[in-house]
Design a protein around this ligand. Structure first.
Ligand SMILES: [Zn+2]
Length: 1048
């Protein structure tokens, strides 16, 4: 507990409780809600601060004009993650950044657990935000316009004379006026750069009465949540139609204005419904709300109570499916696909008290930009959104009549715009409830110009290559350049696509690719203290116009440094240079690094001590410098994301380097011991992953906001992004392989509602230069009993969220704290179930059917690379595993944590799937235990990004010759990474099965074929979660331990 960033003073309860062994005082990983438990780490007070911002009585949520100073949003960009706190800020979960308010309305009475579990806010706050220091809450209070304290700002001026474009009056949204000029004044890093410095030239700048306010324009574009800033009342007579007010054509930032009598709204719809929302049953389409609870259709199996000590094998033989929310089928059939959006509890507890009793975390897991086969795209001048909370109209709103719909998040009654009365699908007028927006929980809108701060940026790809001796030695440059050559035409983009390259060792080398040159020109800059960019306009060039030069460069690059003796690595200065080049446009930087950077800014020192690898304490999981985070925030502000490819055999301090991607919404790839000759499997892996990386969809200058029904509150975010304002995630790039998670609490009782909804909206620029909004809406029932909460638990989502929380815990406290917290999560939950749900106390370890795999998955987490102890896992590998916890979509994360094991040496067509004339065998999934292996078989382990096929010594000749293509066991090659396609039915079946598994995911898992004596076998066995290892309990031992604690 001597980590620099974790103030030890009043914070003692946090760490100490965890180790004192008492179950009840240990705290689970989470507490839901305003009263955080001890393990919530440093975000506690921050999120409390945020929560405190949500006013209680609903009508106050819509502040009067000028009541909410938009500056707060922007200033919160710094939030708790200010420069000065960077060293100390270690909580990866980015919490909302509102300063704690003096009058904190968190109601302690909601807290059902022992009070000491609540972390004293002061102790948990990273240094720069002492909770004791009253933060100016003015920025959030009506009428206040106080600048935030300096340490709340990062890099952006809080005030300024540039009044950004969205102050413009509604007239300015006419498309002719969206001709924005860019004003990209890059100020050298460290100085305030101008965020959103795109000023409207043509727009009328009839702006606010608050000229000192710099709006967070993105916030306004996407539209705030309940705290949305009201802007000018629209009185524009030009737009709008028969409905009487011009809502649809307004820039979204203005639509929050409560429409007074100037609008044509019915008087009744001006007010919030007083009291409970009445679900008015109407004959209109999706309006089934009152019927919602009639469809209780839990499979009888789901109601079983299981004694895990008697029924140890609860693992289904087919992949575990997410639970289906207990909704009326008419609603459920419209619900969001759980692959995109799911909740840890598919039945939402009515009150925080009920949630606290369940001891389960409440949160959402999202995969918002997943590649979809079917995605309805709506092009319409009218994007219908709630005037109060900016929710997009969705299948779970109710239509009071043809002209009015009630928001399912804030219950405001909104008018149906005239345009929406026409259904483009059926070409029928007067059926707004049949519009695609109301029929699809996942939908994409083509965004009109109001959703732009500037013209959509071109796709810009910039590559930064380490060309030090070490890098050249690995040979990676050959492969990367070749892969780029192969995929150059597949890079997502259009005629505007730009590309550029930088290489570096102790100096930085730029490449002029100006059209018309006969060959690329190399420009070396040796002053890395203050990197000067020579000829910036020639370094980032139009790909189409300069394609031959680019190809030339890619062909020659690998040879250019083969003789280098330069061992130093000036990564930091190279990144700074890349950032400077990219700032005017935004885009993607791809960095390839092969060692610890040791020159210039951002130089790092080795920190790993091999003899400490196995220790659960004192390992360096936190960044050693704030350089990479600061630069990432600079990048984020300029719409630049940085993806890091680390190919290194030695310690490279991924904990520090990874920050460059994490806060800029990039991705991290890690290839330990990459070597062109010596490590062919890594070579193949890099090749496959690069192909995916280079060709997958990409969204630029994106923001994402998640809204939920009034009464629920989101308080902590997990993933790679930066929380720009209240709850707006800044995603300079978004890719289809990134997952996110959020934690929630029940702020106000949901006793008056039967359903709640969650909506994520992702606003991005496509590689074709279109502004689009992808919206997902999930609807779930509210329940009032603990048993129902348990019955609806989604054990995979819970495990995924717990893992995210545990990573934060590792960083803010220690690995052992995180491990304890994971175990306590199971103990607390099952204790609650035993004492509060089960009436007669039977012996054994009783679990609800929904949680039958909870202990197993938590044990798997404890054995996962992120959290394991007692092994010699390298520090960077552990950090990488943690990065993946944070960034992987749930389904892949679960495969990594608890792989699927199949016996495949005797595949049959029994129960096979038939897809497009292909027969795909479906062998049963086996428990992860060596008991399930036998030497005469062959077993395939599917661990997501990796597959391992272990072939037993006595495996039948039939499999060896007909599938592996060898005559005997000894002739299985030492390094074999795929099966040959042989002309035998056995081969066809095996390959069909493996291909089918691979098709389920966007990346290409490498297949390791493992002989009994192969060194990779250790990896295979390491995944045998149910078995005992030197330092970890077997599943049965773990169950006994849990039972002991539960029955205490
Ligand atoms: Zn609303």
């Amino acid at each position: 507990m001597s980590q620099p960033g974790v103030p030890a003073s009043g914070g003692a309860p946090t760490g100490l409780q965890v180790q004192n062994g008492s179950t009840s005082a240990l705290g689970s990983l989470y507490t839901n809600g305003p009263v955080q438990n001890a393990l919530m780490s440093s975000q506690v007070s921050v999120s409390q601060g945020y929560n405190s911002q949500l006013p209680g009585p609903y009508p106050h949520l819509i502040p009067a004009k000028s009541s909410l100073n938009p500056v707060s949003g922007q200033d919160n960009y710094g939030g708790s993650q200010t420069v000065s706190t960077l060293n100390n800020y270690q909580g990866p979960g980015q919490t909302l950044n509102r300063p704690p308010m003096a009058s904190n309305p968190v109601i302690p009475s909601l807290h059902s657990g022992p009070v000491p579990r609540m972390s004293p806010p002061a102790s948990q706050i990273p240094a720069a935000i002492p909770a004791a220091t009253p933060m100016p809450s003015g920025s959030l209070l009506p009428g206040a316009n106080l600048p935030p304290p300096l340490n709340w700002q990062y890099n952006y001026p809080s005030t300024g004379s540039q009044t950004n474009c969205l102050h413009a009056s509604s007239q300015s949204t006419v498309s002719g006026n969206t001709n924005l000029t860019t004003n990209h004044q890059h100020v050298s890093s460290g100085d305030p750069s101008l965020q959103n410095s795109y000023l409207k030239s043509g727009g009328t700048s009839n702006t606010s009465n608050e000229p000192m306010v710099v709006h967070n324009s993105y916030d306004e574009i996407e539209g705030g949540g309940f705290l949305a800033t009201p802007q000018l009342t629209n009185k524009n007579p030009k737009v709008g139609g028969s409905v009487g007010y011009s809502y649809p054509s307004l820039p979204p930032g203005y639509q929050n204005t409560p429409p007074p009598s100037t609008t044509g709204m019915l008087p009744s719809s001006l007010n919030y419904p007083s009291g409970p929302p009445a679900f008015t049953q109407t004959p209109l389409g999706a309006n089934h709300l009152t019927a919602s609870m009639h469809g209780l259709s839990l499979h009888p199996e789901g109601l079983r109570v299981i004694n895990l000590l008697q029924e140890r094998n609860m693992l289904p033989t087919t992949p575990l499916q997410p639970p289906v929310p207990n909704l009326h089928e008419d609603i459920q059939k419209l619900n969001c696909n759980p692959e995109l959006f799911r909740c840890t509890l598919t039945s939402i507890p009515q009150t925080q008290a009920l949630l606290n009793k369940a001891k389960l975390p409440l949160g959402l897991l999202l995969h918002p930009f997943k590649d979809l086969v079917q995605l309805p795209v709506v092009t319409s001048s009218t994007i219908v959104r709630c005037r109060s909370c900016r929710t997009y109209i969705n299948p779970f709103v109710s239509f009071l009549d043809q002209r009015r719909w009630k928001c399912n998040l804030c219950y405001r009654i909104n008018d149906v715009p005239e345009e929406f009365m026409y259904n483009p699908l059926t070409r029928v007028y007067g059926e707004p409830h049949r519009r695609p927006e109301v029929q699809n929980a996942t939908i994409e809108f083509m965004a009109p110009s109001e959703y732009m701060l500037r013209p959509p940026q071109p796709p810009v790809y910039f590559f930064v290559f380490d060309v030090s001796h070490n890098a050249v030695e690995t040979g990676y440059l050959n492969l990367v350049c070749q892969s780029l050559l192969d995929n150059l035409d597949l890079l997502p983009g259009n005629t505007r696509t730009k590309i550029g390259f930088v290489t570096f060792d102790s100096t930085i080398h730029f490449y002029s690719l100006q059209e018309g040159l006969s060959q690329p020109q190399m420009l070396i800059v040796s002053d890395i203290e203050d990197v000067f960019i020579p000829m910036p306009e020639n370094l980032l060039v139009n790909l189409n116009e300069s394609k031959e030069l680019v190809q030339d460069l890619l062909k020659t690059l690998p040879q250019m440094f083969t003789k280098t003796l330069e061992t130093q690595s000036a990564l930091g200065p190279a990144l700074q240079a890349a950032f400077k080049l990219m700032s005017p446009t935004g885009g993607r930087i791809s960095v390839f690094q092969t060692q610890l950077p040791n020159l210039g800014v951002g130089a790092l020192k080795p920190r790993e001590e091999p003899n400490q690898r196995s220790s659960a304490k004192e390992i360096h999981l936190t960044p050693s410098t704030d350089f990479y985070k600061k630069l990432a925030l600079d990048c984020s502000g300029q719409q630049v994301a940085v993806d890091l490819f680390l190919l290194s055999g030695q310690y490279s301090d991924l904990a520090s380097l990874g920050c460059i991607s994490r806060y800029s919404a990039g991705s991290v790839y890690y290839y330990p011991s990459y070597h062109q000759q010596h490590n062919p499997v890594q070579v193949q892996k890099l090749q496959k992953e690069l192909h995916r990386y280079l060709t997958r969809k990409i969204g630029f200058e994106a923001v994402m906001r998640i809204r939920c029904t009034k009464g629920l509150s989101i308080h902590t975010f997990h993933g790679n992004f930066f929380v720009r304002s209240t709850d707006l995630l800044s995603l300079p790039n978004v890719n289809p392989d990134a997952g996110y998670a959020v934690q929630m609490s029940v702020e106000e009782n949901l006793t008056d509602t039967q359903l709640v909804s969650f909506q994520s909206a992702l606003l991005y620029t496509s590689s074709k230069g279109e502004r689009r909004i992808r919206v997902h809406t999930l609807c779930l029932p509210v329940v009032s009993t603990l048993n129902e909460v348990f019955l609806g638990a989604d054990v995979q989502a819970i495990s995924g969220l717990l893992a995210n929380m545990a990573v934060d815990r590792c960083v803010t406290a220690s690995l052992s704290d995180a491990r304890d917290a994971l175990v306590n999560a199971v103990i607390d939950t099952l204790s609650a179930y035993r004492s509060l749900v089960l009436s007669n106390q039977q012996p054994g370890l009783m679990v609800p059917f929904s949680l039958r795999l909870f202990p197993l998955f938590v044990l798997a987490l404890l054995k996962q690379k992120s959290f394991q102890t007692g092994t010699n896992a390298r520090l960077d590998e552990r950090i990488f595993a943690m990065c993946q916890v944070k960034n992987q979509p749930l389904v892949y994360f679960m495969l990594t944590t608890h792989p699927n094991l199949y016996r495949i040496d005797s595949l049959s067509d029994e129960g096979a799937l038939n897809i497009n004339d292909r027969t795909i065998p479906q062998p049963p999934i086996l428990q992860l235990s060596v008991e399930k292996l036998s030497r005469d078989g062959a077993f395939l382990m599917d661990a997501g990004s990796v597959m391992m096929l272990w072939i037993g010594k006595n495996c039948g000749h039939n499999f060896l010759s007909h599938v592996v293509g060898v005559q005997n066991y000894a002739s299985i090659p030492q390094t074999m990474t795929d099966l040959p396609e042989l002309d035998t039915p056995e081969s066809a079946r095996t390959i069909a099965f493996i291909s089918w598994l691979r098709e389920q995911r966007p990346f290409f898992p490498i297949l390791y074929i493992i002989r009994d004596e192969s060194p990779v076998k250790a990896n295979f066995l390491q995944n045998m979660v149910e078995d005992r290892t030197e330092s970890a309990l077997s599943y049965y031992e773990f169950l006994l331990h849990i039972q002991q604690q539960v029955n205490k």
